[in-house]
Ligand binder design. Structure first.
Ligand SMILES: [Zn+2]
Length: 431
């Protein structure tokens, strides 16, 4: 196994040091380490972070390999600085059995670019009618701990209650796509001034907030763990804040796009801006940024949602919702300055929201550790001074539906290491 000497890197933005990666761990740190047989990486000006962890990735395999595969999605993740991703269950077939989650888990191991942790479906076929084989998925080789019908809401309160109760046996989590379906029928974008102006059917904030309010009450009632996927409104922040203050076992994520983009973009009728939940108002964006910094929103998660051209480059009304996000996530977060202090990135806080806490929620013990002697060598090197203009043609994802085409964003991932193996070097995937 190749060993690496990373020379002069600033771990979490602190003073420069060297890191020696050997046998899958950070073997030594300190200035002037002897390279020996190790490959030297000059890291002057670079910041080392624990490898990023994404709790919400759509890898599309099995079923929509034309949009993404476990391998292409893993490569996109590594290029984004990720060392672990949780793969959502809305594949075809749906990941609602031990067989399918084990297939995704195995494909992730074969790709070997990030640790792929499958998420299991809550209900059979995501149909919202009866519970899937949660216990069998938990007991499988994939050791599933998070369950989600993402793309669909577990709308039936009795089913949601039973799911929360069931997964308590193995400290599992139900990750809810919070959308009261009766309130979003035919919805095309956020319900507000812009939707009125454009004459498009609105997706009201209350459709999200009503489900989150219900679910935190259910979680409190049964003592279960609920995770809120892609929280998108200021009102949702208030509900989570109150629930946490009462001691409810609730965690929440926000996507990079909801931290940056607003519903005004729908006026372009460019379906690349169509996403679920929809882009909200500038006031929501401000509330989300503040809540992320404060920790009411625990983590950033990408909701990386690749779509084939025919599903996305069509009329707004027919376009599938979703954006790719793995390769731009850190840059977008940096661009919002949501996790800045005194005008500079707070690397410790970025590590917290994008690596340590998501690793803890997902129970990924090998991830979310600061690069220090003895820690698993899962880390990424960022050049914070670099800027790059996003070119969809250059993305490693099989899909091109990025809302940032032509946008200049700060920061660049220079290298990523998974269990001591380089998955990205010089900004390029190694396989
Ligand atoms: Zn969703």
């Amino acid at each position: 196994m190749t060993s690496y000497l990373i020379r002069g890197v600033r771990v979490l933005g602190r003073e420069q040091t060297d890191l020696l990666l050997r046998d899958g761990v950070v073997a030594e740190s300190g200035r002037g380490l002897d390279a020996g047989a190790a490959q030297v990486i000059e890291a002057d000006g670079l910041v080392a972070l624990p490898g990023l962890v994404d709790l919400h990735t759509h890898l599309r395999e099995p079923g929509r390999e034309d949009a993404e595969t476990v391998q292409t999605g893993s490569r996109a993740a590594a290029l984004g600085g990720y060392t672990a991703v949780c793969a959502m269950a809305n594949t075809s077939p749906v990941a609602d059995t031990a067989g399918v989650v084990e297939q995704v888990w195995r494909l992730g191991r074969e790709a070997g670019l990030v640790d792929v942790q499958p998420i299991g479906a809550v209900t059979v076929g995501l149909a919202g009618e009866r519970l899937a084989e949660l216990g069998a998925m938990a007991a499988s080789a994939a050791a599933v701990r998070i369950f989600s019908d993402d793309g669909h809401c577990v709308a039936d309160p009795r089913l949601m209650r039973r799911a929360l109760e069931y997964v308590k046996a193995f400290d599992g989590i139900i990750a809810q796509h919070a959308e009261e379906p009766r309130l979003t029928e035919g919805a095309q974008m956020h319900e507000g001034e812009v939707s009125t102006r454009l004459g498009l059917t609105g997706w009201p904030a209350v459709a999200e907030e009503a489900i989150i309010a219900r679910d935190v009450l259910l979680a409190e009632h049964v003592g279960g763990r609920v995770h809120v996927c892609h929280l998108s409104t200021a009102g949702s922040v208030d509900i989570v804040r109150q629930a946490k203050a009462r001691g409810v076992r609730v965690t929440a994520e926000v996507t990079p796009h909801h931290l940056l983009l607003t519903d005004e973009l729908a006026a372009s009728y460019d379906p690349v801006f169509k996403v679920n939940p929809p882009l909200r108002t500038a006031a929501d964006v401000a509330a989300l940024r503040a809540a992320l910094a404060e920790g009411i929103i625990d983590i950033v998660a990408t909701d990386h949602a690749p779509h084939a051209v025919e599903d996305k480059e069509c009329e707004w009304a027919y376009a599938r919702p979703g954006m790719v996000g793995l390769e731009t996530a850190l840059s977008v977060v940096l661009s919002t300055a949501a996790l800045h202090v005194d005008g500079r990135p707070d690397w410790d806080l970025i590590a917290e929201r994008m690596s340590r806490v998501p690793a803890r929620i997902a129970g990924l013990d090998a991830h979310g550790h600061d690069p220090a002697p003895g820690a698993p060598a899962n880390l990424t090197l960022v050049d914070p001074a670099a800027r790059r203009t996003v070119d969809p043609a250059e993305l490693a994802s099989r899909s091109r539906n990025t809302p940032y085409a032509g946008t200049e964003l700060p920061g660049r991932i220079v290298a990523t290491f998974l269990h001591g193996h380089a998955t990205v070097l010089d900004g390029k995937a190694t396989k």
